[in-house]
Design a protein around this ligand. Structure first.
Ligand SMILES: O=c1nc2n(C[C@H](O)[C@H](O)[C@H](O)CO)c3cc(O)ccc3cc-2c(=O)[nH]1
Length: 334
């Protein structure tokens, strides 16, 4: 491919843990190959909530902690070396969500964000301020400055905040539908459309295709930017052998009537959001490659388990390689 002489401009449309780990692998790949790049990560904010008066943005924080090197590795979210003295003191009062663990260090992040917002900052500005503390190697942007909250409608018509369904019930019931409260009044946060339209490649990491990537692409202006960009849009399947790499994406897919397969997810993403040029599936799903190519999505089978940084960097390298091939129109079939 012909790579530009300036640093590459890459955009990642990310949910929480899967997208954060992928982005860490992407940065490692860039570092190891000596490729210079400006990476913009656009984060889902549909999981956000206000709890104890604090504005909590799980995916933004998971990205920030992971890329700052301070995440709790086993959990995938929250801070490592965390304590929970505040949560232990709050529990006996019986207010809030005692099943949603807020660590003390993490609470400091929510306090800082909430005070910045109360002083008039937008979520983009607050995110930039919080990110500055960690000197992040990416530009981290929320998908929108306006609050957008994913709610889950169950079969009996009751509505739960996404986190209540996800964390408290462990996605026990297949929802009737997801409702993105506030999305119609929202617009892409400053810099998001420009990043996508000016990108050399847009990457969809192995994040939840419905409530993470789907929510980002549902923000007015973002799918339009994706359709307009000259950059290839490539994704990494969040499903391997019919099961999610992490989390409960299969329950989310069931709610929107999409099969939990690498192929169905790619076809659905393109059908609903208008653009997907390339898709990596795991070797276990190599049989899906032919069908994807027939559907007009260039596909490759590669090992996709993000078992460690080396494996994740290789996945990111494969995604980037596919993007470069597509950009150069050199995609080889077979
Ligand atoms: O499974 C859990 N996930 C927790 N998460 C992770 C997160 O809520 C979900 O995994 C994602 O929102 C889904 O992408 C937290 C994230 C935060 O930023 C702050 C607090 C929590 C608390 C929990 C928790 O108690 N249990």
């Amino acid at each position: 491919m012909t790579r530009p002489s300036r640093p590459l401009r890459l955009v990642v449309l990310s949910g929480g843990v899967g997208g954060a780990r992928f982005t860490r692998g992407l940065l490692a790949h860039l570092d190891r190959t000596g490729l210079e790049a400006d990476v913009t990560v656009v984060a889902n904010t549909g999981d956000d909530m206000t709890l104890h008066g604090l504005r909590i943005c799980p995916d933004l924080d998971t990205l920030m902690y992971t890329l700052a090197g301070v995440v709790h590795e086993e959990q995938g979210w929250g801070r490592r070396d965390e304590t929970r003295r505040v949560a232990d003191e709050l529990a006996p009062y019986g207010v809030g969500w005692e099943w949603f663990t807020l660590g003390d260090r993490d609470i400091a992040t929510h306090l800082a964000r909430t005070s910045l917002l109360a002083a008039g900052a937008t979520l983009s500005e607050a995110t930039a301020r919080l990110s500055a503390r960690w000197d992040l190697p990416v530009t981290l942007r929320p998908m929108a400055d306006e609050p957008v909250e994913t709610h889950v409608e169950l079969a009996d018509g009751s509505l739960l905040h996404f986190e209540e369904w996800w964390v408290r019930t462990r996605a026990a019931e297949v929802p009737r539908r997801f409702v993105q409260v506030g999305v119609d009044e929202a617009s892409a946060a400053p810099g998001v459309v420009e990043a996508i339209t000016g990108a050399d490649a847009v990457i969809v990491p192995p994040s939840n295709p419905v409530v993470s990537v789907g929510t980002i692409l549902g923000v007015p202006g973002i799918a339009e930017a994706l359709s307009a960009t000259a950059a290839p849009v490539v994704g990494v399947s969040p499903l391997i052998g019919g099961a999610p790499v992490r989390g409960m994406a299969d329950a989310c897919l069931a709610a929107i009537g999409v099969a939990a397969t690498a192929e169905a997810v790619a076809v659905d993403l393109r059908a609903r959001h208008g653009r997907l040029d390339g898709w990596l599936v795991d070797d276990a799903d190599a049989a899906a490659v032919a069908g994807l190519r027939e559907a007009g999505i260039e596909a490759l089978a590669r090992p996709l388990w993000m078992t460690d940084l080396d494996a994740t960097a290789a996945i990111a390298g494969a995604a980037l390689g596919l993007a470069f091939e597509l950009a150069a129109g050199l995609s080889q079939r077979g």
